[in-house]
Design a protein around this ligand. Structure first.
Ligand SMILES: *Cc1c(COP(=O)(O)O)cnc(C)c1O
Length: 432
C-alpha cells in the first residue's frame, strides 16, 4: 500500500507556471543617484561659471578623494577605461602585462590600447581575484607589470602580488573600478601597488554618470597622468607623452561630489544586503560565495554566487532563466572570461590554461544589488532560489531538472552580460 505523504509538494517555480516572486520585477542594478535638486543647483552654477571642464569642482573632487583614500595624488579622468590607458602609458611599460581573464574587458583593453601584450593568469578559487602563484608563473622575460582587478569590490591579495612584482622588478597596478571604499585590512583601496583606477560610471557605488579617478603615491606617475589626460600637453604644446582627452567635466565632478556624501552608509548597507543573501542561501546545496578575507572590506559593487550544477540541480544559465521568470534580473559577471571573447581569441594559443577562471565563469550568477534595496529583497531572492532547488530535488517532481532546462532553453536568454543604464530600469519592484 502506498504511504500517504503529508508534506506538500514544493511551490512550483514561476517558469513552470507558479506565481512569480516579484510580479513587477526586481531590477538588477539601479544607480545611486545623488539628490537631484542639489545636483541641479550645482550644475546651474557650473554653467553660470563658464568653466565647464577640469575646473574647481574637479580639483575639489580630487582633493576629497585623495583625503578619503589617504594618497598623495588623485587625478580625475573621463572614465576608468581612459584612466587605465593613461596609467599604463604614464608608466612607460613594454612587453607583457599580467592580467586576470576573470574581469571586465576594459582591464585588458587598456593593455592592448598601449600596444602591450596581455599575459593571462588565473584567479584564486576563494576570492576570484588574481592569484599571486599564477601571476608568478606567468612572468616571462618581457613582463613589465601586473594589472589586477578588485573584483566585485573584493580587495586583491595585494601583499602576495607585491611580492611577485618586487621579486621580478615589475610595476603593480589595480583596476579598482568596483572598489572605491574597499579596504585591504586597514589600507583603503587606492593606496595599493603603484597606482589604482576607480570607475564612477552608473552601476558603481560612487557615481559621476561617467568618470574615473587615478590614485597614486608616485609623484612622477601622477604628473604624467595629469599631463596625459590633457593630450599629453603640459601647456607649452610640446607634448611629453602620447596623451588623450581624458578630462573630467565640471558637471560630472559636481555629481561625484554629491555622490561622496552618504558613501559610507551605502557601503555599510550593501554589506548588510550581502550578509542577508548569505543567510538565506546558507543551506542551499550547490550555492557558494566568493570570499572576502577576514579583516578586509568590500563595497559589494556586485553580489555574485557560484552555482555547482551537480549539487544544485541545474547550471547557472538555467537558474538565471528560472529567476527571470520570478521577475528577478541577474547577470553572469564575468562570463565569458575575457581570453575567450572574440577580440582576444587569437591570443589563447600563447596563454596557458586558466582552470579556476573557467570553472568560476561556468558557475557565476550575479544577483540584484543596489544601494536602495531593502534587506527583504535578498531574503525573497534567496527564498526563490531555495524554492527552485527544493522543487528540483523533490521526489514528486521527477525529471524536474530536465524539464527546467528545457523551459530555460525556450525562454529568453537574457541572463548573460548586458549594459545597465539608468533609464532602462523597469519600475515596479514595490510589488514585492
Ligand atoms: C566598469 C568597469 C570598468 C570600466 O569603467 P568605465 O568607467 O566605464 O570606463 C573597468 N573595469 C572594471 C572591472 C569595471 O567593472
Amino acid at each position: 500500500m502506498a504511504r500517504v505523504v503529508a508534506t506538500p509538494s514544493p511551490e512550483l517555480p514561476a517558469i513552470l507556471g507558479g506565481r512569480p516572486t516579484f510580479p513587477g520585477g526586481l531590477p538588477f542594478a539601479r544607480p545611486s543617484v545623488p539628490d537631484p535638486p542639489v545636483v541641479a543647483k550645482e550644475i546651474e552654477r557650473v554653467l553660470a561659471s563658464g568653466i565647464l571642464t577640469d575646473g574647481p569642482r574637479v580639483r575639489e573632487l580630487e582633493r576629497r578623494a585623495a583625503e578619503y583614500i589617504g594618497v598623495r595624488h588623485c587625478i580625475a579622468v573621463s572614465s576608468c577605461t581612459s584612466g587605465l590607458l593613461l596609467l599604463l602609458r604614464a608608466a612607460d611599460l613594454s612587453g607583457d602585462v599580467i592580467v586576470p581573464s576573470f574581469t571586465f574587458p576594459a582591464t585588458v583593453h587598456a593593455v592592448m590600447w598601449n600596444a602591450l601584450r596581455p599575459a593571462f593568469a588565473d584567479v584564486d578559487p576563494e576570492t576570484l581575484t588574481l592569484a599571486p602563484g599564477s601571476a608568478a608563473l606567468a612572468v616571462g622575460a618581457r613582463t613589465s607589470a601586473i594589472l589586477a582587478t578588485h573584483i566585485f569590490g573584493t580587495p586583491c591579495d595585494a601583499q602576495g602580488l607585491a611580492a611577485v612584482a618586487r621579486r621580478n622588478g615589475l610595476r603593480l597596478f589595480f583596476d579598482a573600478a568596483h572598489a572605491f571604499g574597499s579596504r585591504k585590512g586597514e589600507v583603503p583601496v587606492g593606496g595599493l601597488g603603484d597606482g589604482e583606477v576607480f570607475s564612477l560610471s552608473p552601476t558603481k557605488v560612487l557615481v559621476a554618470a561617467e568618470g574615473g579617478l587615478i590614485a597614486t603615491d608616485d609623484d612622477v606617475l601622477a604628473e604624467r597622468c595629469r599631463i596625459g589626460r590633457n593630450y599629453g600637453n603640459p601647456g607649452d604644446y610640446d607634448c611629453r607623452l602620447v596623451g588623450l582627452n581624458a578630462r573630467m567635466s565640471e558637471v560630472h565632478a559636481a555629481i561625484a561630489l554629491a555622490s561622496l556624501d552618504g558613501l559610507e552608509e551605502r557601503i555599510a548597507h550593501r554589506n548588510a544586503l550581502a550578509a542577508a543573501y548569505c543567510r538565506t542561501l546558507a543551506d542551499v546545496r550547490g550555492v557558494s560565495f566568493p570570499a572576502v578575507r577576514q579583516g578586509d572590506r568590500s563595497t559589494f559593487k556586485d553580489f555574485t554566487i557560484l552555482v555547482e550544477p551537480a549539487a544544485f540541480g541545474v547550471d547557472a544559465d538555467t537558474l538565471a532563466v528560472a529567476l527571470r521568470a520570478e521577475g528577478i534580473e541577474t547577470r553572469r559577471y564575468y562570463s565569458p572570461p575575457v581570453h575567450t571573447q572574440r577580440a582576444y581569441r587569437s591570443l589563447i594559443a600563447t596563454n596557458g590554461d586558466l582552470p579556476v577562471t573557467m570553472a568560476a565563469a561556468s558557475r557565476v550568477l550575479t544577483l540584484p544589488m543596489w544601494s536602495d534595496m531593502t534587506e527583504e529583497h535578498p531574503a525573497l531572492v534567496g527564498d526563490a532560489i531555495a524554492r527552485i532547488h527544493r522543487w528540483l530535488w523533490d521526489p514528486s517532481s521527477r525529471g524536474s531538472a530536465e524539464k527546467l532546462r528545457r523551459m530555460a532553453r525556450v525562454g529568453t536568454r537574457k541572463a548573460s552580460y548586458g549594459r545597465v543604464r539608468g533609464e532602462r530600469f523597469p519600475r515596479g519592484d514595490e510589488d514585492a
